[in-house]
Write a protein that binds this ligand. Structure first.
Ligand SMILES: Cc1cc2nc3c(=O)[nH]c(=O)nc-3n(C[C@H](O)[C@H](O)[C@H](O)COP(=O)(O)OP(=O)(O)OC[C@H]3O[C@@H](n4cnc5c(N)ncnc54)[C@H](O)[C@@H]3O)c2cc1C
Length: 487
């Protein structure tokens, strides 16, 4: 039996796990990251549109500050978030964006005279603030009163994840990839690490740790159609729940994104609408202003998604067929080919590869689709489980309750790095204060290993003929039909 030790075990190599690991490492601790896939292939890489931070450099961001960001976040959450957490978050987001710039993220910048924009479908020229030239700029996103979403074209997650992946290497943090945590080791009161399976050899290892951080991402793949990567199955939440001690929270709060392409379910970013894209129905009518006169396409995501479903129910959807469900249109043709080539190039690629269309000329078929998990492993504002000491969580896997019932676009990648930054420090505090007094229990690790070996053996030896894939498809179908857009 293999038992290994580290101070901090971070399960998950996406944005949240990497940033948390860097924080704890910088406090002098031994840190190890585990990931199902190479860290730079974590789902964070798919984030397109951007990261919210109230820098107030863009012309339409003038007057922005952390109070305005806080108010938008609280309102956007349907007044359901934890306001202490929202305060901490909006206060730290500008620092996080600048830190990432220093670590190599090539944020789009304000350019002198580059003041053309499409607002509410109309191309306008903005004339002030040439002095902001060279500063990090921002685009418009749903549910925000200011242009606050910092971006690198529509490959923001890619740029952020690569910068943080490189940072982890620079800090000499080992990343074990193609391994899967399959159980937490705990004594009912304190978490002491995890049992981990090597996905290539099948070998089990007990990783014992003073602090264990779950940064395992969301659980979108419990739905049949989702914008999430195939690995986003909610494994972290399941492991926490299976302890019988740690708890989950807000699991009913699931976000549906208005614009996933039909039928593949691949996301095209909210940046499309932020930059001026419009939603149209079967008649080519732009319907969102009829429902939401003030923000139209840029009302918050839950609102736009529900309005789209409502409009389809009124018979205004584009009829589907055997290959395609009923849908609506996203029209970004007004932005022009040059803008799309520069700022929405991944969207262009997705449209070409998966639909065979050119979004500069053709409307994109879209429909609301499962996108984000607001719920997750319940923690306090320090990212620690109130029920299982030494168990921390951050990023999409966690519910420290920043998003309440609806997350604002751009607030998630911002959350991953801010939470990583803060929770990394709290984890280090915990290990420094409690570490010397914690006695690791190798007996506990041996028991956990034996239990997991027996469990896997029992599964392999089962004589039944049930088809796991069929059961899974049935679950996905139930979730899609019955746990959907309307609560
Ligand atoms: C298509 C798309 C576009 C998006 N665009 C934006 C955007 O523009 N702005 C924004 O704010 N948000 C966006 N989001 C949301 C945002 O990208 C995610 O919420 C965020 O990146 C999640 O980061 P994370 O670090 O919490 O998890 P992830 O990046 O999902 O990382 C999870 C990690 O956990 C590991 N893991 C999971 N289970 C195990 C296990 N059992 N054992 C070991 N390792 C495990 C995985 O290997 C992975 O390394 C988008 C989401 C999607 C789907």
């Amino acid at each position: 039996m293999k038992i290994r030790h580290t101070d901090v075990l971070v399960i998950g190599g996406g944005l949240a796990g990497l940033r948390c690991a860097v924080g704890a490492r910088r406090r002098g601790l031994d840190v190890r990251i585990l990931s199902l896939v190479p860290a730079k292939r974590s789902h964070s890489v798919a984030a397109q549109g951007g990261m919210q931070a109230s820098l107030a450099n863009a012309i339409k961001g003038a007057g922005d500050n952390e109070d305005v960001h806080f108010e938008d976040t609280v309102r956007g959450s349907d007044w359901g978030c934890d306001q202490l957490v929202a305060r901490m978050f909006t206060h730290m987001a500008p620092k996080a964006v600048r830190e990432l710039a220093a670590w190599g993220v090539p944020w789009n910048r304000v350019r002198k005279g580059d003041h053309e924009a499409v607002i509410n479908g109309q191309r306008v020229t903005l004339t002030e603030r040439d002095e902001a030239h060279g500063l990090i700029t921002a685009r418009d996103f749903g549910g925000t009163r200011k242009w606050r979403t910092c971006y690198t074209s529509d490959g923001t997650g890619h740029a952020m994840l690569y910068a943080l992946g490189d940072r982890a290497v620079a800090e000499s943090i080992p990343v074990d990839e193609r391994v899967e945590a399959i159980a937490l080791i705990h004594d009912g009161g304190r978490c002491q690490g995890a049992v981990v399976r090597d996905l290539i050899t099948g070998e089990l290892t007990a990783w014992m740790a003073e602090a264990t951080v779950m940064a395992t991402g969301g659980h979108g793949r419990i739905y049949g159609v989702s914008t999430n990567a195939l690995i986003n199955e909610g494994m972290g939440a399941a492991l926490a729940l299976e302890t019988g001690v740690a708890r989950l929270a807000n699991m009913e709060a699931v976000q549906f994104h208005p614009t996933a392409i039909v039928p593949a379910g691949i996301l095209v970013t909210e940046g499309c609408r932020g930059d001026g894209g419009l939603l149209r129905d079967v008649d080519g009518h732009r319907f969102m202003p009829d429902y939401e006169p003030e923000k139209a396409e840029l009302a918050s995501r839950d609102v736009v998604s529900r309005r789209m479903a409502e409009h389809i129910r009124r018979g205004k959807g584009v009829p589907g067929d055997a290959t395609k469900p009923e849908h609506l249109w996203l029209d970004i043709t007004g932005l022009g080919a040059a803008h799309i080539d520069k700022n929405l190039r991944e969207v262009k690629d997705i449209c070409q590869y998966f639909l065979g269309i050119d979004p500069a000329k053709d409307w994109i078929p879209v429909r609301p689709t499962q996108h984000y998990s607001m719920g997750g492993i319940r923690t306090n504002h320090r990212g620690e489980s109130p029920w299982l000491r030494g168990l921390f969580a951050c990023g999409e896997a966690a519910c420290w309750d920043l998003h309440g019932f609806n997350r604002l676009g751009g607030n998630s990648v911002a959350e991953t790095v801010v939470a990583g930054m803060l929770v990394g420090e709290y984890v280090a505090d915990y290990v420094e204060q409690e570490g010397g007094r914690l006695s690791m229990s190798p007996g506990l690790a041996r028991e956990a290993l034996a239990r997991e070996e027996a469990r896997i053996g029992a599964i392999l030896a089962r004589p039944g003929h049930e088809d796991a894939q069929a059961i899974r498809r049935s679950m996905e179908d139930i979730m899609t039909r019955q746990v959907g857009l309307f609560r």
